[in-house]
Ligand binder design. Structure first.
Ligand SMILES: Cc1ncc(CO)c(N)n1
Length: 224
């Protein structure tokens, strides 16, 4: 930490201010049912097929974040984002393997409306007018919702079915947490020297992601 000030970081403040919304996204009945061992496997399969399609869009989104980053030429940020992008290659293979295991037909799956809405939001970042700060904020909170949600499923006292532990570990691992924290540091640093309007735009993106994540879990549990 080189700030030396009492400021805990803007992102931590947002998480406290919008705690209710953050918890709706990260303690959703769907992921809590995984932890409780009561998850409906039809819903789990639906989530798997939908999330595979989401991650394909997410690749393009992360590429757009990387591009904005490169235009700002901060080489440390670039390496972290590039690492995130590279790991999505493995993630797509994982989805295919997992889909085969659960009998989910990825080719025959089409996106449900909450997924389509989320993917449109991701596509909107192609616009070069959207700032790197807003884009990296969005990237960080998207990853963090999964990190927090799935880490809870492997925390002490969980009753997560053993065949779902691999899924939970993918996003709930200490490594993934570390990666999310690196992203968070980038975001806080970017926000530290932005105008109040720019910070407000990033906060709006943060809230929009939480809303979209809740919609995605709702969709997975109930096909809305
Ligand atoms: C909907 C959704 N949000 C976040 C992530 C994390 O990458 C994901 N795979 N899917």
């Amino acid at each position: 930490m080189d700030s030396g000030g009492a400021d805990e970081g803007t992102t931590a403040r947002w998480m406290a201010t919008h705690r209710g919304m953050y918890e709706r996204a990260t303690r959703h009945p769907f992921t809590v049912s995984i932890r409780d061992g009561t998850v409906d496997l039809v819903a789990f399969r639906r989530w798997l097929g939908q999330d595979y399609m989401f991650v394909r869009e997410f690749v393009a989104f992360v590429a757009s974040v990387l591009l904005k980053c490169c235009k700002q030429s901060d080489s440390t940020d670039m390496e972290i984002i590039l690492g995130g992008l590279a790991s999505l290659s493995d993630e797509l293979s994982w989805f295919k393997k997992e889909a085969a295991k659960w009998g989910v037909d990825l080719v025959g799956t089409s996106p449900l409306s909450s997924n389509t809405e989320y993917c449109r939001f991701l596509q909107s970042f192609d616009d070069p007018e959207i700032s790197y700060t807003v884009a990296i904020t969005t990237f960080w909170i998207i990853e963090t919702v999964y990190q927090d949600s799935f880490a809870f499923c492997i925390e002490e006292g969980h009753r997560t079915p053993s065949e779902l532990l691999g899924t939970c570990q993918r996003w709930g691992s200490a490594d993934f947490k570390q990666y999310c924290q690196s992203l968070q540091q980038i975001v806080d640093r970017c926000l530290a020297n932005r105008t109040p309007d720019a910070v407000k735009s990033a906060e709006e993106a943060f809230l929009r992601v939480l809303e979209l994540e809740v919609g995605f879990w709702d969709m997975s549990s109930s096909q809305s």
